[in-house]
Design a binder for this molecule. Structure first.
Ligand SMILES: [Zn+2]
Length: 351
């Protein structure tokens, strides 16, 4: 049997008001006097950073910050350089996806401990061991740190823009088709398939579907369900050692849309649209997916996301080229223009 090595997140805290109690959770893992760098965006810096800093300093940590504006490879490399020259031991990402991706990447490159403190829950990058950065040849994720500590303030995240949270739900729904694609690649291409990681990823989608009424209201309780599902999806990726259980044809479609659309929507919104169409190709219950999306307030039509019909068709025809080594229901040749158009129309994604 081949050896399979993986790391998992070490500590996780989920609850209300966590953001003002961060210091004591750090103190469980690192000694007083540890140098902590908080990577954050300009908006979160002015709103939330002072609270985080205060709590950490009260617990005896030495705290500094780094403001990042864009999740690009260049910004990430600059962060790596700054961290290498300094005495930081812990790198924390505080914010939405961008700050967390930069911190996750930079801590991996510099072998520092990584802490994930999301202020929004728009995708499963809050726990996954991969970072999405722009500027590589292809819009796919790269290997990064597994968090030593994940701090999830459900109250804070419930108050973030609803559109971001709904996007998180969309990202989770995508695990349904991601797992179907993985199984298919296993059967047709002999690709390694981890049944446990696959079950875990699939369970996160089921969990969200089964609790869609509670989630739809986006109360702190509903938000907590979404957060737990996002965390489990990240853990499934840790166990699989790749993003396979969490990212299939629905993600390829979203990545392709990022390239072709004039105004791309949020990652999870696009993934959800892709999920409807890829479920159709898999011969699965795409109508159910649509129903859940409508219930939680996710758009089921491209135009409601500001995406043109022709962009959907173009993205469908090129999705298989985004990551050729990742075999999915789209096959090696992808969809013809006619097939793509028919698929998008049949599922109501375009008119
Ligand atoms: Zn995703």
């Amino acid at each position: 049997m081949e050896e399979h090595y993986f790391s998992l997140p070490r500590n996780l805290v989920v609850g209300n008001g966590i953001i003002d109690k961060i210091g004591p959770y750090f103190a469980k893992l690192w000694p007083k006097g540890t140098y902590v760098l908080i990577v954050t965006g300009p908006h979160v810096y002015s709103l939330i950073y002072p609270r985080v800093k205060e709590s950490l300093e009260e617990s005896g940590f030495d705290v500094n910050y780094l403001i990042v504006e864009k999740p690009t490879v260049d910004v990430a490399e600059q962060a790596v350089e700054e961290i290498s020259k300094s005495k930081y031991n812990v790198i924390a990402g505080l914010g939405g996806g961008k700050s967390i991706d930069i911190a996750k990447f930079a801590s991996f490159k510099t072998s520092k401990d990584f802490v994930s403190i999301p202020t929004a829950a728009s995708h499963d990058g809050i726990t996954s061991p991969f970072a999405s950065l722009k500027g590589f040849e292809k819009p796919i994720s790269v290997k990064a740190s597994v968090p030593q500590l994940i701090l999830l303030d459900a109250g804070l995240i419930a108050n973030s823009p609803k559109r971001l949270i709904r996007s998180g739900i969309g990202d989770i729904l995508g695990k349904w088709t991601a797992v179907l694609d993985w199984k298919l690649a296993h059967k047709l291409k002999g690709e390694y398939y981890g049944a446990y990681a696959a079950s875990l990823a699939l369970m996160t989608a089921k969990h969200v579907i089964n609790n869609s009424d509670e989630i739809a209201s986006i109360t702190p309780e509903g938000t907590r369900i979404i957060l737990e599902a996002l965390v489990s999806s990240g853990v499934a990726m840790c166990i699989a050692g790749s993003s396979r259980p969490a990212s299939g044809s629905e993600h390829l479609f979203s990545h392709a849309l990022d390239i072709v659309a004039k105004h791309p929507a949020l990652h999870g919104e696009q993934v959800a649209l892709g999920t409807i169409m890829m479920l159709y190709l898999h011969g699965r219950n795409w109508i159910k997916a649509k129903r859940v999306m409508t219930r939680v307030g996710l758009p089921v039509k491209a135009k409601d996301l500001g995406i043109e019909d022709v962009e959907v068709v173009r993205a469908l025809t090129m999705a298989h080229k985004i990551r050729p080594e990742r075999y999915t229901i789209l096959g090696e040749k992808g969809l013809t223009w006619e097939a793509a158009e028919a698929l998008a129309r049949k599922t109501g994604v375009i008119d």
